[in-house]
Design a protein around this ligand. Structure first.
Ligand SMILES: Nc1ncnc2c1ncn2[C@@H]1O[C@H](COP(=O)(O)OP(=O)(O)OP(=O)(O)O)[C@@H](O)[C@H]1O
Ligand SMILES: [Mg+2]
Length: 205
């Protein structure tokens, strides 16, 4: 869905408290860490485990998680291709606002379509970090954390990613995390190492 702005006669009001000044106050930069992968690949687990580690090191963070935003912000959307597109568009916009507010944002959405992830990347620009939770469908299905694969196989859930709806894996993600081969701690370490190299954060402790 291409959103045509219906808000004419609006003028952007420039803040004096800029993103750069917020970074000075926080003593760290902001960024969007965009986790993508099949259901059960570990997006929520890693986003929250990483957030916990960052919090303990006094970084300001926020997780935008798929199921949670579907309770409110995106509660009016289903799972058709169009609805998924709109879901990710809204999440991209919200992630950008949090990033402008100086927060390290972690998003945990299947976000199955390359084109939709690209739109989020184009919006957020150089501070978009795509993290692919790489995990074979067979492992995700075996984990079946929410019991959804079983229901999808039984035909009870239509348009279920990996079963009856496609997942387009990233071609050049900033990070590829093999969640079926490494422990959660190893995965979190891998992401933290990347962030240090990137200069998003320096170890405070
Ligand atoms: N290295 C790992 N990283 C992440 N999760 C792992 C790892 N090893 C095992 N797991 C397990 O895999 C499961 C991942 O489930 P999780 O809910 O995080 O997936 P998800 O990608 O958020 O799925 P959904 O899209 O349905 O929300 C958890 O039960 C977690 O404990
Ligand atoms: Mg999840």
């Amino acid at each position: 869905m291409t959103v045509t702005s219906k808000s004419s006669n609006t003028v952007w009001h420039h803040a004096t408290v800029t993103r750069e000044r917020r970074a000075l106050l926080n003593e760290h930069k902001s960024v969007v860490l965009w986790f993508t992968g099949l259901s059960g690949s570990g997006k929520s687990t890693l986003a929250h485990a990483l957030e916990e580690r960052l919090y303990q090191m006094k970084y300001r963070t926020f997780v935008l998680d798929g199921d949670n935003v579907r309770h409110g912000l995106c509660g009016d959307l289903g799972f058709s291709d169009k609805a998924r597109e709109e879901n990710i568009r809204r999440v991209g916009e919200v992630a950008k606002l949090f990033m402008e507010a100086g927060i390290i944002v972690l998003t945990a959405f299947i976000s199955p379509f390359r084109a939709d992830r690209k739109k989020a990347r184009d919006l957020i620009k150089e501070d978009f970090v795509e993290i692919y939770c790489e995990c074979p469908l067979s492992v995700c299905e075996e984990r079946d954390v929410k019991g959804l694969y079983k229901r999808a196989r039984a035909g009870e859930i239509k348009e279920f990613t990996g079963i009856s709806s496609p997942y387009e894996s990233p071609e050049t993600p900033e990070l590829c995390i093999p969640t079926s081969e490494q422990s959660v701690d190893e995965c979190v370490d891998q992401i933290l190492e990347y962030l240090v190299q990137r200069g998003t954060y320096s170890r405070k402790t």
